[in-house]
Design a protein around this ligand. Sequence first.
Ligand SMILES: Cc1cc2nc3c(=O)[nH]c(=O)nc-3n(C[C@H](O)[C@H](O)[C@H](O)COP(=O)(O)OP(=O)(O)OC[C@H]3O[C@@H](n4cnc5c(N)ncnc54)[C@H](O)[C@@H]3O)c2cc1C
Length: 420
Amino acid sequence: MSKVIVIGGGIIGLASAYYLRKKGCEVVVMEKGEPGAACSRGNMGWICPTLSEPVPAPGLVKTTLKWMLSPDSPLYIKPTIVPSLFPWLYQFWRNCNEAAFEKGYDAGLLLSRETFKLFDELEREKQVQFEMHRKGLLFVFLKEKMVEEKFHELQKAAKIGLPLPEIKTRSEVLDMEPALSTSIAGGLYLPAERHVRPKSLSKGLCKWLVENGVEVKTNCEVTDFILQEGKMTGIRINHEVLEGDQFLLTTGVWTHQLLKNLDLNIPMTAGKGYSITISNPSTTLNHPLYLGDSKVGLSPFHDAIRIGGTMELSGINTSMNTKRISSLEKSVSKYLKTSITGSKKVWVGMRPMTPDGLPILGPVPTFNNLYVASGHAMSGISMSLATGVIMANLIYDSQSPINLTPFSPERFSLPAANQT
Ligand SMILES: Cc1cc2nc3c(=O)[nH]c(=O)nc-3n(C[C@H](O)[C@H](O)[C@H](O)COP(=O)(O)OP(=O)(O)OC[C@H]3O[C@@H](n4cnc5c(N)ncnc54)[C@H](O)[C@@H]3O)c2cc1C
């Protein structure tokens, strides 16, 4: 039986370990902290294949330059980070055009086409319990012209058989969501999208792994790789060595740093986002909401509402920018009748971001037994199961259910760099 070592116990590592184990592999998950506790914890939990578009988009260069001056804008680049981030930023900006956006959106949709089926199957798995809601996703806008714009952008999802967004008038939106204020101009409803409580998904998968013979090692940081005659034979955890046959890197935003040990450069940076989880909230929401003008999301869970969003490029660190956290609440106040009160918990997460907005999935050049699955940016929860299936097929059967060319680790050709 082939022994696969999965390095990184975020949602991508856990989902990959799940499908690898189902294929009969011996699997060990190495996690430097607690499984599911990094970016996979306090996010919005949207399972939203319709929103598979890449982050770099036409017109974003001009907007980012303008937003750089405003620390509470939806996308903020910390000016002092620009010199060290420049190689990444340069590639990102080069991808902000129509052709790259369309190509990236098609690739994202292809990756996401089995998403709902996979979540249905996981839900039927008795040993995996997690909180999932089938309430669709409601986009709301303060400016009417944005309803049309977004409607046209989201048409593409029909390509993978998803229903088209439904345009809603102000009064229809207010009927669906009475907590919203009359400042709303209109909305779009995506009926098929779902959301999960992210912590419950990681916990459910992790429990299944442990009960089904996967060793999940916590507080174990992989510091290096062991190579023999050009082949990877093991990993190093401080002074210990663990041997394996195949290795899968699912280390999120830290992937770039770990691959540097092999003189490989994969451009990756952190797209920091914040969330505020309000337990026992004073307000009830019937759907997850996307506040289209402010680019802020709200997710209703069983006993809480989570507000989240913002994209901040300020390096790999979890320091919190209080201005950006309060801007989330300020945005919400423009859309809701009353503010949401309750016990609040603030969280910061680092989205693993590639400069073309697509995840990196596949074997690492020059090593035939080392694979990467990382860089899922805004969609790691949504794309987790599809990614797990692909990586398990690739590692176990040497084939993928979809064409992986757009996601290949080899698509980057930067000289050795110092991405932040
Ligand atoms: C505010 C916000 C809202 C979001 N909302 C959504 C959403 O609604 N839907 C969606 O699909 N996505 C969403 N995302 C994105 C999603 O959270 C990420 O894409 C996803 O969590 C990435 O998962 P990951 O497993 O790649 O990374 P991580 O969860 O960061 O996991 C990587 C793991 O690797 C471990 N690790 C790193 N280095 C080592 C090492 N050397 N040795 C051992 N272990 C190591 C880390 O400790 C970590 O646990 C959101 C993100 C943010 C910030």
